[in-house]
Design a protein around this ligand. Sequence first.
Ligand code: PLP
Length: 393
Amino acid sequence: ALRLSDRVQRIQPSPTLAVTARAAELRDQGRDVIGLGAGEPDFTTPEPIRAAAKAAIDGGHTKYTPVDGMASLKRAITAKFRTDNGLEYGSDEVIVSTGGKQVVYNLAQALLQEGDEAVIPAPYWVSYPDIVKLAGAEPATIETDDTAGFKISAYQLDSALNERTRLLILNSPSNPTGALYSEAELEALAEVLRKHPQVVILTDDIYEKILLGSTPFRNILNVAPDLKDRTVVLNGVSKAFAMTGWRIGYAAGPRDLIGAMKKLQSQSTSNPASISQHAALAALESDPELIQPMVEAFRERHNFVSEALNALPYVSCRRAEGAFYLFPSFHSATEALGLEDDVALATHLLDQAGVALVPGSAFGAPGYLRLSFATDLDSLKAAMDRIGKVLAG
Ligand code: PLP
């Protein structure tokens, strides 16, 4: 066999994709499988955005753009940060990348090296730890559970930070739990961070627009503007505008760090696709009402599924405040069914109920399952019936 690098052997392929693959395999065999594993909205990209992309193609916008994004798109991004988040950035403090994922990747490569630690609250988005490992650094997780609302406390953060910590990743609303940090909670974390000036903060705000409850969205800079010179704010169009396939994410942060991320991008992918940038520009300049029907649909589905889950025997589920996931505890259900763990349970539910869910251990939280409600209400109802039958039987 060919010798592969140590680097690539340190990481795992995305486990969410593995469940999707197993579900596809069963479907190929003619089984009726309801997929609740996907991390993307089921909606089509709204029409005005698609129209802008078509116009970009026909208008000849088919060439390289500046590595860090077109000037017009960067202006729309700085305007978005000002209007939505009350944050002021110059154009050299902003970068557009091929998805939010590339922003995280660029940041890790620009900031981290051997011997460094990145603190990641669990349950976490599956890619964070592996992206940190690819940069040669070590992920240090802080565990949380449903009784803590899946949120870290200031005390936990204080215990996790040390002189090797270079990065803290915050993600609110959270994938996979839907947890949303309040202003008071963020203030408490900021107070701890002030004692550790070497720590850069990544606030991953990608689910900002998908709010399910009444708590407003705030990030750490809204409560601690003094942390601006070491905070990177990540956002993108994938989730808010149903644009996962277009691959546009963006970030704002300290000039030197953004410049280093741009340098890396110039030697890897160069600019994100020009057509996608035009589509993203239309998305950011669109009427805020454009996405409301999608947000409403997510709210309705959330209410249905969270009630249905809590009505199941052995299952308990916190409400989500944002994003399109629920993260129910199946600890007792796993035990009642005599199964070994959440991975065995997910396989059991896929085989017996024909419902695909992602085991919590993929997110650093064994015993839970992640359910994505980015699918139609009829499928969700059928899925809840089927899971109910398996648990009752
Ligand atoms: N951050 C979180 C928490 C996510 O769940 C995702 C997508 O699953 C991303 C970032 C990156 O999304 P994209 O690369 O499509 O912009």
